[in-house]
Design a protein around this ligand. Structure first.
Ligand SMILES: [Mg+2]
Length: 328
């Protein structure tokens, strides 16, 4: 993740020009052949996997809209695949239609309990498979459009990147017009990658969610907290000069460091923050320059030992951005 990179506003989640990806996970080559043939006229891009492990890896990388998942597979069965998909934040919202050779209702119930949205029984009635797949894709398109409109981050409930972009521009123009103070903090969880690597993605997701809760509990109603990307968050503080903003940030930093984590009590979590702001009328800064000032301060916080708040100044045009991506 490149911090301080030029913000691209209004990035669309629903691109009407590209076909939605559908992933088939099944151990049988016959099923692959049949499904490919029978779905060849659908407006989808079909990708396939022969095992659960391979399927999960492809799901992570390709972010399919719907997965057709065989329950009966050697080594890792469909139930285990479903459990793993639903446990990780990057695959949890992918719709899964279960393909089952067994018509036992208990298997269907178990699959629904684990988060499947539908099932098709083998041998397939392909008209039915197509109908159920189309219905799933319609639902996914709708959900993506709603998420886009709501400007909410699905994992943490904070604002998403488009909301951040829009609100920062709005607050900057308020500052330019009326001279209201404005502060911006960028917050990055320290060595976050090692949490995912050591304790697994569910533990990492829990840290992100708990952090979001702490932020939400520490800010004022007018502050705007957003997930900026990955383990990085941004806090826009309208009508707040940097000195006051610093107190808000310190409260968050201390609360995070004090958490006892049920999953990894031996491993505390800390957060580094970079803050910059305008105490009064600003020089008509761009959003990019403003972000860059906070980003530089964040970089200094990382370089000076992490778990701290550093206050910097909004950038002047022509400055260079340090490579935070490697700081961790
Ligand atoms: Mg099978």
């Amino acid at each position: 993740m490149q911090v301080g990179a030029v913000v691209k506003p209004g990035t669309l989640l629903v691109d009407s020009n590209s076909k939605p990806v559908v992933l088939l996970i099944d151990d049988s080559a016959d099923v692959h052949r049949l499904v490919r043939t029978r779905l060849r006229y659908e407006a989808i891009e079909l990708v396939t996997a022969f095992s659960g492990v391979e399927g999960i890896a492809i799901a992570r990388e390709k972010q399919p809209w719907t997965i057709l998942l065989d329950l009966d597979m050697p080594e890792m069965d469909g139930f285990s695949v479903l459990r793993e998909l639903k446990a990780a934040s990057d695959t949890t919202s992918i719709a899964v239609i279960v393909l089952s050779g067994i018509s036992e209702s208990q298997d269907k119930v178990t699959a629904f309990d684990l988060g499947a949205i539908d099932y098709v029984t083998k041998p397939f009635d392909f008209a039915e498979l197509r109908a159920r797949l189309r219905s799933s894709l319609r639902m996914q398109r709708l959900m993506k459009m709603l998420a886009e409109r709501a400007e909410v981050d699905g994992l943490t409930g904070l604002g998403n990147r488009p909301q951040f972009d829009r609100r920062l521009r709005q607050e900057l123009s308020e500052n330019a017009r009326y001279g209201h103070p404005l502060s911006l903090a960028l917050m990055d969880l320290d060595h976050f990658k090692s949490i995912n690597d050591t304790y697994g993605h569910p533990a990492g997701d829990e840290v992100l969610q708990e952090f979001a809760k702490i932020v939400f509990g520490s800010i004022r109603s007018t502050d705007i907290a957003c997930r900026y990307g990955g383990e990085e968050f941004a806090l826009i503080m309208p009508n707040t000069a940097p000195d006051d903003a610093r107190a808000v940030c310190d409260r968050i930093r201390a609360a995070v460091a004090a958490v006892k984590w049920a999953r990894h009590p031996e491993r505390p979590i800390t957060v580094s923050m970079g803050l910059s702001g305008l105490a009064g009328p600003g020089p008509g800064l761009t959003a990019e320059a403003f972000i860059e000032g906070s980003d530089r301060a964040l970089y200094t916080a990382k370089r000076s030992g992490r778990n701290q708040v550093v206050v910097g100044n909004p950038a002047t045009p022509g400055g260079s951005t340090p490579p935070l991506a490697k700081a961790g």
